[in-house]
Design a binder for this molecule. Structure first.
Ligand code: ZN
Length: 244
């Protein structure tokens, strides 16, 4: 069977699985804004509370709850109101069967046609993208997409105890990896992306005025150029994997 050459024009439901609060906003919230604007229902599944992040004196036990609140505010800026948090420890994420089961559960609950996550591949040219938690979240998500979520005999307790039927995800979009092959023009939703990013006050408020937009904006213009978009456009790019 030939592989589909392009991702679906429109999907009903998409699920974004990311390791930390703010990951989706740095790399993908422009894309999410285009999806919700087109009527796609988007759910965020955030694996850790990002409790090892931040740059100020916030007591460590307050950081997790604070970052959930920030992510919830950021999600609202791009039309997302369904957020789930798994509460795994930040910076110590391991590829376990528990993690696969927890992601499979949400895939079966949400029944998305499209999943967005981090690339499990190390990107040697941009080492910051390859935080070990990002790669682990990406690999666990791919394992949950295939085979766990679609196999009724994988984690049978999900069906037996929770009534969650098997579900097959059609596409997985991998961000922050070395093989991006699909760019999304986000120029028209940049204001929403900035509002989302700036909602992560504990993560970005220490930066000098304008630096965040300069840095992330430059990176998105470079991405647009690398993928052949017209001069002056901004883009987010992904490797699309067909998993149907
Ligand atoms: Zn992160």
């Amino acid at each position: 069977m030939p592989l589909p050459p392009h991702p679906a024009e429109h999907v009903e439901r998409a699920l974004c699985v990311l390791a930390h609060p703010d990951d989706v906003d740095f790399g993908s919230s422009g894309t999410v804004a285009t999806w919700t604007a087109a009527g796609t229902e988007v759910t965020y599944l955030i694996v850790t509370d990002g409790d090892a992040g931040g740059f100020d004196e916030t007591p460590r036990d307050q950081m997790g709850p604070l970052r959930r609140t920030e992510q919830t505010a950021a999600a609202k800026q791009v039309g997302v109101s369904d957020l789930r948090f798994l509460g795994y420890p930040d910076g110590r994420l391991e590829l376990t069967l528990d993690l696969r089961r927890d992601i499979s559960r949400v895939i079966r609950q949400v029944r998305p046609q499209r999943v967005l996550t981090s690339s499990p591949e190390r990107f040697y040219e941009r080492i910051g993208a390859s935080h070990p938690d990002h790669m682990t979240a990406g690999e666990a998500t791919l394992r949950a997409v295939y085979p766990d979520a679609r196999n009724p005999f994988a984690f049978p307790e999900l069906l037996a105890d929770e009534g969650l039927d098997a579900w097959t995800v059609s596409e997985v979009w991998l961000g922050g990896g070395p093989r991006a092959d699909h760019a999304v023009d986000v120029t028209d939703v940049l204001d929403r992306k900035w509002a989302a990013l700036e909602s992560h006050v504990t993560q970005v408020s220490h930066l000098p005025e304008g630096q965040l937009r300069e840095f992330v904006g430059g990176w998105m213009r470079q991405t647009a150029q690398a993928h052949g978009l017209p001069e002056g456009r901004s883009a987010e790019a992904f490797q699309v994997v067909y998993t149907g």
